[in-house]
Design a protein around this ligand. Structure first.
Ligand code: FE2
Length: 448
């Protein structure tokens, strides 16, 4: 995926939830709640002396400021009161509110929060089914400046491939796609062009893996071939997606080592340029480095950082994604080399990026995450890694500032995200790590 957007939860989602929450409070009978700024929490408490006071202490303990509170007798829970509370928005609110919600859920019933969707994240790999179809644009509704806008055949083909991606569910065989001769010609044009530049412009990790990908002229590989290729090397898999996802949804997949990839091919009249991701760029640009273990770790870290992160931090992580996975460069043996997919699959920008026209900065997560970029022209600046391992370390250090209620880890055995929220889980992790360390110690002794 290339064209990242700083998409937040859409206004319609926000408004739908807010009105749904208010409707729930109003019991669908036309009662309205006074409009307030900030965020809304609704919960139900039993009619007991001191119950509300105890709840309010939880707000105070979590540093969440109330700006408005209303109560009424519950129409659904006998002997209970419903509370509608507005709370102040601030920089640390997501972490504090998340902790508060955990507290409230142990104490109150029907706890509802109007930013719940932002806090929710998939905890198991099959949960990706919930977000994989939330594409930002309809496959057949191309922008007026899209090369395929006035081509009805192209639009129909896009619709057909989008449907295949939309139907896919985790665990099913990946769809087989019979690419047309026109599509294969486009693949051939791009592949034969970039192959001329890779030896001098691509990083050594890419060059080492690329021959194993099996790319050749005259055929576009199938999703299952390339997904299996990755699976046995780094555990990454490809999942077809109908179009662009929000940054948050796309990054979620990376946490599970799932890469959302588009199955369609750019329009044949502009084989060397596309305004969006396509299968040519996914396969030629992304797949080789996702097969490198150190780089794969970096990519998964970006995904893990995004889970449950506040929207402002999603923007920052997605900018790092842009300047690394898409347009990343690295110093190797005193030379600038490319490792970003949008460079390695672009004959023009691959030459531009190592020229003296753009500015080359050292990769510093804080600076990179604050830098905006153009999406339809060559990048005027790039951020350069010293190594993948050092970059991963830098990003992890930078990410300690992300306000999150709990530490999380990916469990490769269960393909799920674990929150390290209690002593037992942390102890289990320590036991696993000790087992691994014993193996490392044994291996070192055998080496010497
Ligand atoms: Fe991409």
């Amino acid at each position: 995926m290339t064209k990242q957007t700083d998409t937040q939860m859409s206004d319609s989602t926000w408004n739908n939830f807010k009105s749904a929450a208010k409707d729930a409070y109003a019991d669908g009978k036309g009662e309205t709640v006074q409009s307030q700024n900030g965020q809304t929490i609704i919960f139900t408490l039993p009619e007991q002396i001191g119950c509300l006071a105890d709840a309010l202490v939880m707000f105070k303990n979590r540093n969440v400021n109330l700006t408005h509170i209303e109560s009424r007798i519950s129409k659904t829970e006998r002997g209970s009161f419903e509370f509608y509370v507005n709370v102040e928005e601030n920089e640390t609110a997501p972490k504090d509110i998340s902790l508060l919600l955990e507290d409230l859920k142990k104490f109150a019933k029907n706890v509802t929060y109007d930013h719940e969707e932002a806090l929710w994240f998939p905890s198991k790999i099959s949960d990706l089914d919930r977000l994989s179809n939330r594409v930002l644009s309809n496959a057949s509704e191309l922008d007026t400046d899209h090369p395929g806008y006035s081509d009805p055949n192209y639009r129909a083909r896009r619709k057909e491939l989008a449907a295949l991606a939309m139907e896919y569910k985790h665990g099913e065989p990946l769809p087989k796609i019979k690419y047309t001769q026109e599509e294969i010609n486009t693949w051939d044009t791009v592949l034969s062009a970039v192959l001329k530049l890779h030896p001098t412009h691509a990083c050594k990790e890419f060059l080492k893996i690329f021959p194993s990908c099996g790319y050749k002229l005259g055929t576009i590989p199938q999703f299952d071939e390339m997904s299996n290729f990755l699976k046995v090397r780094t555990g990454f898999t490809l999942r077809p997606v109908a179009g662009l996802l929000s940054a948050r949804d796309f990054l979620c997949g990376l946490a599970f080592r799932v890469f959302f990839a588009t199955p369609y091919v750019r329009h044949s009249k502009t084989p060397m340029w596309t305004p969006e991701p396509d299968v040519v760029r996914e396969f030629i640009g992304h797949v080789p480095l996702l097969a490198d273990p150190v780089f794969a770790q970096f990519v998964q870290e970006l995904g893990l950082l995004s889970l449950g992160a506040p929207e402002e931090w999603i923007k920052r992580i997605s900018r790092i994604y842009w300047f690394t996975l898409e347009f990343g460069m690295i110093h190797q043996n005193g030379n600038l080399k490319a490792y970003g997919a949008s460079l390695l699959a672009s004959f023009g920008e691959l030459q531009h990026c190592i020229s003296d026209k753009p500015i080359h900065h050292s990769f510093e997560p804080e600076k990179t995450s604050q830098t905006s970029y153009p999406i339809e022209e060559y990048q005027p600046q790039y951020f350069v890694f010293e190594s993948f391992a050092k970059a991963t370390k830098k990003v992890k250090q930078w990410a300690t500032a992300i306000p999150k209620p709990q530490s999380i880890r990916y469990n490769a055995f269960t393909e799920g995200i674990e929150t390290l929220e209690d002593k037992e889980r942390i102890m289990n992790l320590i036991r696993e790590m000790k087992c691994d360390m014993d193996r490392v110690e044994d291996a070192i002794q055998k080496v010497h």
